[in-house]
Ligand binder design. Structure first.
Ligand code: NZQ
Ligand code: ZN
Length: 389
């Protein structure tokens, strides 16, 4: 196992009705709040009224930045920084999914940076501090509610960029599983695919003796496989929503990925799709993941895929390792299909016209040619995109 620091400072307020605990966490930081939210789902499902009521009853002053889009844009971040400065916000409260939380995080960091906000996305060393960030999560997927990452899109330069800084950890996050009840099925499914991908990115790594991380990982994958379909057929099943919500946070708070060397592959490949086509993150991952798995399956990797097939999918051991590995990969793809997710780029209306351009950007994005589990060069990434058509 490689050396690592594990640091997960976010206070997690988990369970039905826990939003009432927010004021106590926020009060030490001041009274003036910039509340950030998305395209309006929180107004339809009542979360907006609940949160505003709690803030008002507790004497907070707050201003609102609504309209954060999926794949949040740098323009929205800039608008948020201007608002936070105008109202001298003491803190940011993001109410929404990963896009809203990510946008809130970069507003918080950009507040203290004099130049353009895109600079801090490209170069996290410029982040010298950030306003305290709080979140009320309405979507289970990214783990942003408990991690130091934000992903922002700059359409002008066709870049979707992740930024990591210890200043970006939320101080506290409310995870009320009932807030997930109104998610459209496709978002529930995309969230499950995203959680699973976060695990895959750490599970399929060169480091072989991070056993405890692998067992956490297999447990989270099995949680997604057991409870994801229940959340889809019974959107108001509390147990399903609670397990998926907690799985999302655990999948990307460092617990499963620590102690392993190397960079992520599928996210680098998917982020280029996001930069050019503005597709749902988890949907893109559901398309890319089985193709990537098949592409990297070899004598060197088959043992790990056998572990996956047996420990996650419960297939019995058999002499033909490649057959077993492929059973695990096929089961992954079929699971995504059963969840109602597209599994080809064609279904998303994406053709091969930008494959070379995206592959050229994907390789340096995560040093895929040297740092990936199985090194990928431009042509390999093009081949993977092609296998997704
Ligand atoms: O905008 P509103 O109206 O709120 O609607 C949203 C949005 O349309 C809707 N939604 C969310 N909660 C809802 C709801 N609709 C009904 N009821 C609810 N309770 O769902 C749609 C998707 O929301 P979004 O926030 O975009 O989803 P997600 O949480 O999947 O976030 C995706 C973004 O996070 C980035 C992705 O790249 C993408 O930009 N990621 C962030 C990471 C991180 N910070 O660590 C890591 C991830 O790998 C990922 O890259
Ligand atoms: Zn992701």
């Amino acid at each position: 196992m490689e050396n690592f620091d594990f640091y997960a400072p976010t206070k997690m307020l988990f369970g039905k009705g826990k939003a009432v605990c927010l004021p106590e966490e926020m009060r030490p930081f001041g009274n003036r709040v910039l509340m950030v939210y998305g395209g309006g789902s929180i107004k339809k499902n009542g979360i907006y009224d609940t949160v505003c009521g709690i803030l008002k009853d507790s004497g907070f002053q707050f201003w609102e930045l609504g309209g954060v889009t999926p794949n949040p844009k740098i323009e929205t971040v800039r608008a948020g920084i201007a608002m936070a400065r105008e109202h001298q916000a003491d803190m940011i409260l993001a109410v929404g999914g990963g896009s809203t939380v990510d946008c809130g995080k970069v507003i918080a960091a950009g507040y203290f940076y004099e130049g353009d906000a895109w600079d801090v996305v490209k170069d996290p060393s410029l982040i010298a501090g950030a306003l305290p960030v709080f979140t009320v999560l309405t979507m289970a997927a990214t783990g942003s509610e408990m991690n130091p990452t934000a992903v922002i899109t700059n359409q002008a330069v066709h870049e979707k960029q992740g930024v990591h800084s210890s200043h970006l950890y939320p101080r506290a996050s409310v995870l009320d599983p009932t807030y997930l009840y109104t998610l459209p099925a496709i978002q529930t499914a995309a969230g499950v695919a995203d959680i699973m991908s976060h695990i895959f990115e750490g599970y399929f790594k060169k480091t072989e003796d991070a056993y405890v991380q692998d067992k956490f990982s297999e447990g989270i994958l099995k949680t997604c496989i057991k409870w994801g379909p229940v959340a889809l057929t019974e959107p108001e099943n509390y147990s399903a929503r609670a397990n998926i919500m907690w799985a999302a946070s655990m999948a990307l708070n460092g617990l499963c990925g620590c102690g392993k060397e190397g960079k992520w592959s599928c996210h680098a490949i998917q982020h280029q799709l996001g930069a050019y086509y503005d597709i749902t993150h988890g949907v893109g991952l559901a398309v890319i993941t089985p193709a990537w798995m098949r592409y990297i399956l070899s004598e060197n990797t088959v043992g790990k895929f056998v572990d996956y097939a047996i420990n996650v999918w419960g297939f019995p051991r058999q002499p033909d390792e490649f057959a077993l590995a492929n059973m695990g990969i096929d089961a992954t793809e079929q699971f995504f299909v059963d969840c109602g997710l597209p599994v080809t780029l064609s279904e998303l209306g994406i053709d091969d016209s930008l494959f070379e351009v995206m592959a050229k950007a994907a390789v340096p994005y995560a040093q895929l040619d040297t740092q990936a589990y199985v090194p990928l060069h431009e042509q390999d990434v093009v081949n993977i995109y092609r296998a997704c058509l």
